[in-house]
Design a protein around this ligand. Structure first.
Ligand SMILES: C[S@@+](CC[C@H](N)C(=O)[O-])C[C@H]1O[C@@H](n2cnc3c(N)ncnc32)[C@H](O)[C@@H]1O
Length: 300
């Protein structure tokens, strides 16, 4: 049987005798600990890491609206999502790639945390605004940022990421975050390459699979791909987009590490229509979406 992860830190501890974390503290024999390869968190002082979430249910009462996080872009995610992920799965100086940049939330956070950022966005106007927001903040760790206007589902995106990595003096990226359109729930444009315009769920999943191929091509082995997505309704049916896109990743060389469920109580799309949705739910025999998913996958 595999030992729980925490016991790897205390290899001399007899697993059968542990009743509480106190027993871990009492283990007195010194031992060599492997250096932390994934992040900069100080596990010697793991009790001081209250700001790092380890539960699979994320209830976020308020979005972070500090600095450039204006929340103005319809369809953005709360900055706490990339912040938690970047702190957990990268180190300072690593490279974070976002394949659906939108208003640049991920790159604002990676810059604040001292990670280089590469973002791809299909729509030039949206990319331009993201640039303003990202460059509007102080780049105190002097990281490299590149905003690429391109179709993430086009094979050319691979080469563009490669060139950006080269400019940053890197061979590989260390984290890929993908927050795609939730199929056609919000139409971002009438550009035919926009994933919100794919004509069926199947097409959406196929294009999303190609985005995974392109954006994770340079992702270092043993590093992480994180997908943020919610489900949708169509013709009185719950369409589990989240699990479909997770499957796309699992068809490739990724191991599922966690599924986080995040609440979306404040979702603006439905705020004014809550009563209508409640009536529809009661009448139609379904439940109203109040959550979305964060899939955490490790490249093999
Ligand atoms: C859900 S939003 C991402 C929001 C972002 N996380 C933020 O916080 O602002 C999805 C974005 O993907 C963009 N997009 C859609 N299809 C794309 C494609 N094929 N390639 C690149 N970007 C695409 C849309 O224009 C939209 O800005």
């Amino acid at each position: 049987m595999n030992k729980p992860a925490v016991l790897h830190l205390f290899p001399q501890v007899d697993i059968t005798k542990i009743k509480s974390t106190k027993d871990l503290e009492c283990s007195s024999k010194p031992h060599k600990r492997k250096p932390n390869q994934i992040n900069d968190l100080d596990l010697e002082n793991w009790k001081s890491l209250d700001h790092i979430w380890t539960d699979s249910l994320w209830l976020i009462p308020q979005r972070d609206n500090s600095g450039s996080h204006t929340g103005e872009y319809h369809g953005n995610f709360v900055p706490q999502i990339p912040r938690q992920i970047i702190q957990r799965y990268t180190k300072k100086g690593d490279v974070v790639v976002d394949g659906f940049l939108g208003s640049g939330t991920t790159l604002i956070e990676s810059q604040r945390l001292g990670r280089h950022g590469i973002g791809i966005e299909l729509l030039p106007g949206v990319a331009e605004r993201a640039k303003q927001l990202i460059y509007g903040e102080c780049n105190e760790h002097n990281v490299y940022n590149e905003i690429i206007v391109a179709n993430s589902a086009d094979v050319g995106a691979k080469g563009k990421i490669h060139n950006a990595l080269k400019k940053a003096g890197k061979e590989n990226s260390n984290l890929v975050i993908l927050h795609p359109p939730y199929h056609d729930i919000i139409r971002f444009s009438d550009n035919p390459n926009d994933l919100s315009n794919t004509c069926s769920v199947e097409d959406f999943c196929n294009s999303f699979g190609t985005v995974i191929d392109n954006t994770t091509f340079h992702l270092q082995k043993d590093k992480y791909l994180v997908i943020v997505i919610g489900d949708k309704y169509s013709n009185s049916e719950w369409i589990p987009l989240g699990f479909y896109v997770m499957q796309e990743a699992l068809k490739r060389d990724f191991k599922l590490k966690s599924i986080v469920v995040k609440d979306m109580q404040g979702n603006r799309a439905k705020q004014n229509q809550q009563q209508l949705w409640r009536y529809r739910a009661l009448n139609g025999g379904f439940y109203i979406f109040k959550h979305e998913y964060i899939f955490i996958l490790k490249k093999q």
